[in-house]
Design a protein around this ligand. Structure first.
Ligand SMILES: [Zn+2]
Length: 280
């Protein structure tokens, strides 16, 4: 497979030939940055962990150049930081037993540029080779521009496939803003109960971000636990960890993403307003 950026890379942790590594994919995660997959697509990683019939393939779209840095990493140049983040992502792919890990290495500006089609085309190629059943990406209500741009490129990449070749499910996941606000009927529920040690390890390898002053490891574990406990006010906890998703499946086949998101927001508004009306 030919990737557009000269510095792009495909890492196969168990070193099987690339074609076989990709064709065994069942779950695909497409994230903007190094560590987004482990944060948002942990459900897919766990579904495939230690299985021979399911494989998770990861795609990191950006180059990690603009990363925050502190402590050991404070004096690192953008190039050094990119190398560190790339190495961290490979560690996660190894620990999580991914089938393959793409490092597409695009600058954020290219991902956000609507006129730049190369990211979408590359994602279409990856989808053609991997033929995943489920795809995890960012959700449309995330507050990071690059995350939302990646979600939109994934939607367009799916639309470029023949309808029969599209994944069965496309899920927008939580990073910068959680999805607790979605009406319960609109939530995709992704339990992450097992292998807590593995989930902690997957977040822990991203030392450059955590040492850089952001405790993504603790915050991510806390968010999952909070979702599990605060979902049901009248029942005992059914899960020890939950990730919420926004179902983006209909958008693979058509429709305006902005209008789709607007309808979800309207349902949320109607739900909270009607409760106040009813109780006042
Ligand atoms: Zn990110």
């Amino acid at each position: 497979m030919k990737l557009s950026r000269p510095s792009a890379e495909i890492f196969v942790p168990d070193q099987v030939p690339l074609e076989g590594a990709l064709s065994r994919t069942t779950h695909l995660g497409v994230g903007a940055h190094h560590d987004d997959l482990e944060l948002m697509a942990a459900h897919g990683i766990l579904e495939c962990f230690a299985r021979t019939d399911r494989w998770f393939t990861g795609v990191v779209v950006s180059d990690g150049a603009g990363s925050a840095r502190d402590f050991e990493y404070q004096a690192f140049s953008d190039e050094q930081m990119k190398a560190v983040r790339r190495a961290e992502q490979k560690k996660a792919a190894y620990v999580g037993e991914y089938g393959a890990q793409f490092l597409l290495d695009h600058p954020s500006a290219a991902i956000k540029d609507k006129a730049e089609l190369v990211v979408q085309q590359e994602l279409t190629e990856i989808l053609r080779a991997a033929r995943p059943t489920v795809v995890y990406t960012h959700n449309l209500a995330d507050k990071h521009d690059t995350h939302v741009a990646v979600a939109l490129r994934v939607i367009d990449a799916c639309r470029a496939l023949d309808p029969a070749a599209r994944p069965e499910r496309l899920i927008g996941c939580e990073v910068w803003r959680d999805l607790d606000w979605l009406c319960d009927a609109d939530k995709v529920s992704m339990p992450v109960d097992r292998h807590e040690n593995l989930l902690n390890a997957l977040m822990g390898v991203f030392d450059s971000q955590i040492a850089g002053g952001k405790r993504y490891d603790l915050a991510t574990a806390g968010r999952r636990r909070a979702h599990a406990t605060y979902f049901e006010s009248h029942g005992t906890d059914q899960h020890t960890g939950l990730i919420w998703g926004m179902d983006l499946t209909p958008l693979m086949h058509g429709g305006e993403p902005g209008a789709y998101l607007g309808a979800l927001l309207q349902r949320f508004e109607a739900e909270v307003s009607s409760r106040v009306q009813r109780l006042r």
